[in-house]
Design a protein around this ligand. Structure first.
Ligand SMILES: NC(=O)c1ccc[n+]([C@@H]2O[C@H](COP(=O)([O-])OP(=O)(O)OC[C@H]3O[C@@H](n4cnc5c(N)ncnc54)[C@H](O)[C@@H]3O)[C@@H](O)[C@H]2O)c1
Length: 288
């Protein structure tokens, strides 16, 4: 991956910054999109110091029109775009039973709708040409299991990112490679994510001090960003950065497997209710 143009949402901080640097080190131009203008500028300058073209663009990924404006800007400024890192995300602690409707709207608005906006706006443009291009959706180890309780909306939103991305990769033509980055803990400012929460969804809250202390011990974002881009270069769909995360997937798989064995073990003819088969049958009946 070199000599391409990349757009990285949430590029102003944390993992997004790490992705920008990994891409810039490979000689790619970088558009740093972020809701925080100063953070976007800082990363763009850091990328430029590596000798590539860069630009900062202010964008709220939860706003579809803003993502269209981002794409228009990137194409007009750089002529073409081949890489989208859909990375902007927020987190909110608290038990699910205590979550307010506006908490859901904010977390899902950024983490899921933002991911959909980027995937649609850039994905449709990528799919309209034969050029090789890349969509990298930042999910989490919270996409493959439940690493811990206390971040229910975040965990649910990251599971939604997994579902969305898994469908997207099957819908995209072969020239568009879709990857799902599933990092574990990365040192970042996500403990203070409400710094960017709109007033009508609750505004700024107290930073989560425990999360801050934990994040400070996380993987360096430059290392994590490099790891993700190596995975993309290797053509990987799921990209893992923290080997321990595997235990969440293993635990879930064991639970699913045992539940099937107890309640619905495989028997001959059980594909009778498999929807893909039923669709084929329904089509054959409807279109003789
Ligand atoms: N830090 C971790 O341990 C970790 C682990 C797994 C996944 N992730 C994911 O990595 C991504 C980046 O998070 P981070 O940890 O680097 O946090 P961060 O807060 O350091 O960076 C997130 C960036 O996104 C920007 N942003 C927030 N809302 C936005 C919006 N509506 N539109 C555009 N930009 C917006 C912020 O200004 C910030 O620059 C997120 O998707 C997060 O869920 C983080």
């Amino acid at each position: 991956m070199t000599d391409k143009t990349a757009v990285v949402t949430g590029g102003g901080s944390g993992l997004g910054r790490g992705l920008c640097m990994a891409l810039a080190r490979r000689g790619n131009s970088v558009v740093v999109a972020d809701i925080e203008p100063e953070a976007a500028e800082r990363t763009a300058e850091e990328a430029a110091a590596l000798g590539v073209e860069s630009a900062a663009f202010v964008c709220d990924v939860s706003d579809h029109d803003a993502v269209v404006a981002l794409a228009d800007y990137a194409w007009s400024r750089f002529g073409s775009v081949e890489i989208l890192c859909n990375n902007a995300g927020v987190s909110l602690g608290g038990r699910l039973v205590d979550a307010r409707p506006e908490d859901f709207d904010w977390v899902f608005g950024v983490n899921v709708k933002g991911m959909l906006n980027g995937s649609q706006v850039f994905g449709s443009r990528f799919a309209s040409t034969d050029a090789t291009s890349f969509i990298v959706n930042t999910a989490s180890e919270h996409s493959i299991g439940v690493p811990h309780v206390g971040a229910g909306l975040y965990t649910a939103s990251k599971h939604a990112v997994l579902g969305l991305t898994d469908v997207l990769r099957r819908e995209m033509p072969h020239n568009v490679q879709v990857s799902l980055a599933c990092p574990g803990i990365v040192s970042s400012r996500i403990h203070d994510a409400t710094r960017n929460r709109p007033a009508d969804l609750g505004g700024r809250g107290e930073p989560n001090r425990l999360a801050q202390a934990v994040l400070a011990m996380g993987m360096d974002p430059l290392e994590a960003g490099e790891h993700v881009i190596v995975g993309v270069e290797d053509g990987e769909y799921m990209i893992f950065t923290h080997s321990h995360s595997r235990e969440y997937a293993d635990e879930r798989y064991r639970e699913i497997s045992r539940a099937f064995e107890r309640q619905a073990p495989r028997v001959p003819g059980d594909e009778r209710y498999k929807v893909a088969n039923l669709v084929r049958e329904a089509r054959a009946t409807a279109e003789p």
